[in-house]
Design a protein around this ligand. Structure first.
Ligand code: BG6
Length: 483
């Protein structure tokens, strides 16, 4: 077991997937091309004031038309895996019914291009872009009808690409898309209702389990499947038992509430008891819990960005939910919490990004250990990265030393966890190219490849590798020996 000062670190496994990631709406563009139907984001992002400076993904970074150039850059970098999502409404413009062959063909081409360079495709079934038709027809994730429709869509993908795709991610950050869609009201359909939030979340759990069950029934050779969870591990502010309990509350309600269901098919009892008491527990139908238990994943997908520190929050007069910083004005976000349970507070030992996200590489070591200890599942890190303002220099370089520093320290944390005995299958940086950040526009850049565009000007959409691109190239070539 290792702490901070290390004994000899273990090498990364030889088949470690050094990857990078994206999501359809954030990169593809071509929102109405080749028979694609509208997704909820095609509609929501056009509601005035819904996104940062009213940015949308109509063009995004035009990956739909430039995927060959993007994949070539991946190959030159030595990337072993590329995680991307499929746009449901490209494949089924109305979410169900008629299949759009041209949509399927785009992903055929992308997958084949990746494989031609021995890059492993990691496919996400759902990264937040449910077809608008399903939202209009029955309220999207709010109706149990979505379970069958999502399953039907997933089975189409498994059958079409299963011969070539061996890594499947079911739902990307269910906690985020359901939370922002139905609790904070910042993603479509912009609802703020706790009861509906828990109802929708349960339906998403059942849908997730159902597609895993269908996947098993198809017995796709050597293929793995799992959800990607946005895990923000919680630390107590102090040894004050009240703060410790606050941290327990947060960990239970914000993390175990999803991961226990994925791994064990069970809701954590303390959290469920609280929801029942509050009158906001989800409706669980006969057969649901059996399905959740029967359809467990092969790995836990982990999206890790930051940790949170919490403290006691009184029931009367306690702090409630606060709006996050979507502007990049450092220090503009406020503490947030649930009165009676917990509230966030600054961690004096860590730094923050311009969007007030805690930078905590050791936190990654902590989450990897927590997942290993609690669930004994292999972990695929499906996202990790730094959102920052980048500057294109006059000599066409981007000197993102701060991103290299961030990624380097996180890679080291993974190696420490591997040395501890945690099974980590791979690491996908977020993101490959710069892309549209849902609520933060184009100025919050995550890529290792710069894209020449901003909020309102598509400019040239030129791709320019950043300094971090070359740094990661060295990491991959040395299988993590040279970080
Ligand atoms: C994850 C998502 O929540 O974090 C990505 O899966 C997203 O789609 C990323 O872009 C970074 O978040 P943000 O809000 O900074 O874009």
């Amino acid at each position: 077991m290792i702490g901070m000062e290390h004994i000899q670190l273990k090498d990364f496994p030889t088949d470690f997937l050094w990857g990078s990631a994206s999501a359809a709406y954030q990169v593809e563009g071509a929102w109405n091309v080749d028979g694609k139907g509208k997704s909820v984001w095609d509609v929501y992002a056009k509601v005035p004031g819904a996104t940062f400076q009213d940015t949308n993904g109509d063009v995004a970074v035009d990956h739909y038309h430039r995927y060959k150039e993007d994949v070539k850059l991946m190959a030159e970098q030595g990337l072993k895996a590329y995680r991307f999502s499929i746009a449901w409404s490209r494949v089924l413009p109305n979410g169900t019914g008629e299949i759009n062959e041209a949509g399927l063909e785009f992903y055929d081409r992308l997958i084949d291009e990746l494989l031609s360079y021995q890059i492993t495709p990691v496919v996400t079934l759902y990264h937040w872009d449910i077809p608008q038709t399903l939202m209009e027809r029955y309220g999207g994730w709010e109706s149990r009808e979505v379970i069958e429709d999502f399953n039907n869509y997933a089975v189409i993908l498994f059958k079409r690409y299963g011969d070539r795709v061996k890594h499947w991610v079911t739902l990307n950050e269910q906690n985020v898309f359901v939370g922002q869609g139905y609790k904070t009201g910042t993603h479509p359909p912009a609802v703020r209702d706790e009861k509906r939030f828990y109802e929708v979340n349960h339906i998403a759990n059942v849908a997730n389990a159902k597609v895993i069950q269908s996947f098993r029934a198809l017995s796709i050779e050597d293929a793995l499947i799992g959800p990607s969870f946005a895990y923000t591990p919680v630390y107590p502010k102090s040894p004050n038992p009240k703060d410790i309990l606050a941290a327990e509350n947060a960990e239970e309600l914000l993390s175990h509430f999803w991961m226990d269901v994925y791994a064990w098919g069970e809701y954590p009892r303390v959290a469920m008891n609280y929801l029942i008491k509050e009158g906001i527990a989800p409706t669980i139908l006969p057969g649901d819990l059996e399905l959740l238990k029967a359809a467990t994943p092969d790995f836990m997908g982990l999206n890790y960005y930051q940790t949170a520190t919490v403290e006691y929050n009184p029931l009367n007069g306690g702090v409630g939910e606060a709006k996050p910083n979507f502007t990049g004005k450092k220090g503009s976000s406020k503490d947030s919490g649930i009165p009676g349970l917990f509230k966030t507070t600054a961690n004096p030992f860590t730094e923050t990004t311009d969007w007030d996200w805690t930078i905590d590489p050791e936190g990654l070591h902590v989450v990897l250990r927590r997942i290993e200890n609690r669930y004994q599942l292999p972990i695929l890190i499906t996202e990790n990265g730094l959102g920052a303002f980048d500057k294109l220099e006059s000599d066409d370089t981007i000197n993102d030393e701060y991103r290299i520093d961030y990624l380097k320290r996180h890679v080291k944390a993974i190696q420490e966890a591997i040395t501890d005995g945690v099974t980590v299958l791979g690491y996908c940086t977020w993101s490959y190219t710069d892309l549209l950040s849902w609520l933060n526009g184009y100025q919050k850049r995550y890529g290792m490849v710069f894209v020449d565009r901003d909020e309102h000007d598509e400019k040239t959409l030129r791709r320019i590798p950043k300094k971090s691109y070359y740094w990661y190239q060295g990491v991959i070539a040395s299988n993590g020996k040279q970080i």
